[in-house]
Design a protein around this ligand. Structure first.
Ligand SMILES: [Zn+2]
Ligand SMILES: [Zn+2]
Length: 300
């Protein structure tokens, strides 16, 4: 199998445990050149990945400082940026890519000299210039600095008025799609997911899209929670059906990594397991669902 991309899971839970929040290291296999897709958890996830031998021949600090070339941040909710902030003390200069609201929120509310030193190159007295903000346009491929990959950016509805982002990564005609937190089109006025489905359906048909990371925060039992800008298992299947119908394509064997499963921490309840069981039960499309754990290495 000629896999193109590798993803190492820094953290994959939707919280509330602070040690396993959204963060994924992504690289092509041919030419290791890592980027971090979200930064909820980083160093603790690198430690875990090293102990699982998903990463070899590097220390955690080397991985962060020398091998991660750029951050791509889906939105500035804390569970997606906590480690980017905390780990920044020892980090080396690199770009942070995101849409305007994400960059503005990092600049104004995080790296502002009060919550944390201003390591950015904008905002209040930028002196350290460790992080260069790169504001991503929508629907237009942009090359990711210091890598051979490009990224195309799409808006997602999270709570309304606070957009999240999906990133379509490309290298030499192969693609991987990574979703930040998202609501379902069925609950939103703006049909952001439909736009993405239209874009990727031909790529799936041509075998160019190697897989996707898509959030599913809740089991259907907790469906009422999905109004807060997330998918539950039923909404996730509804959206994947929409993709299959709209593109008139088969999703048989298509890899979908299920991210952002939230833990309820109620006694006797395993909500992450419940999500996995429901999606397996509801899966009438033959999708290859992957339920990641921290430190795993996934090939696409
Ligand atoms: Zn969020
Ligand atoms: Zn989140």
């Amino acid at each position: 199998m000629d896999e193109t991309f590798q993803v190492v899971v820094m953290g994959c839970s939707g919280g509330p445990r602070e040690g396993n929040l959204s963060g994924y290291l992504l690289s092509t296999i041919q030419q290791p050149e890592w980027i971090a897709f979200d930064g909820g958890t980083l160093l603790s996830g690198i430690d875990k990945a090293i102990s699982k031998k998903s990463l070899e021949g590097v220390t955690a600090a080397e991985m962060l400082r020398d091998h991660i070339k750029a951050f791509l941040i889906s939105h500035a909710h804390l569970d997606h940026i906590a480690a980017l902030v905390i780990n920044s003390q020892i980090d080396t200069p690199k770009p942070i890519l995101g849409i305007d609201p994400t960059i503005d929120n990092l600049r104004d509310h995080i790296f502002n000299g009060r919550i944390w030193p201003n390591y950015g190159n904008e905002g209040v007295e930028p002196q350290l210039n460790k992080y260069q903000y790169v504001r991503l346009p929508l629907h237009e491929p942009i090359s990711i600095p210091h890598t051979s990959m490009s990224v195309e950016t799409f808006l997602l509805s999270h709570p309304r008025g606070y957009p999240s982002t999906a990133f379509l990564f490309e290298r030499e005609g192969d693609y991987l799609l990574c979703f930040g937190d998202t609501s379902s089109d069925s609950l939103e006025i703006e049909k952001h997911l439909a736009r993405i489905w239209k874009r990727i359906a031909p790529l799936i048909q041509e075998g160019k899209l190697k897989g996707m990371l898509l959030e599913c925060s809740y089991s259907h039992k907790e469906a009422e929670q999905a109004i807060f800008g997330h998918l539950d298992t039923k909404l996730m299947m509804l959206e994947l059906h929409h993709l299959a119908d709209l593109g008139q394509i088969s999703l048989e064997g298509f890899k979908v990594v299920v991210t952002h499963r939230k833990e309820s921490l109620k006694a006797g309840e395993d909500s992450k397991q419940a999500i996995a069981e429901e999606l397996t039960e509801f899966n009438d499309l033959g999708i290859d669902f992957i339920f990641p754990e921290q430190g795993d290495r996934i090939l696409f």
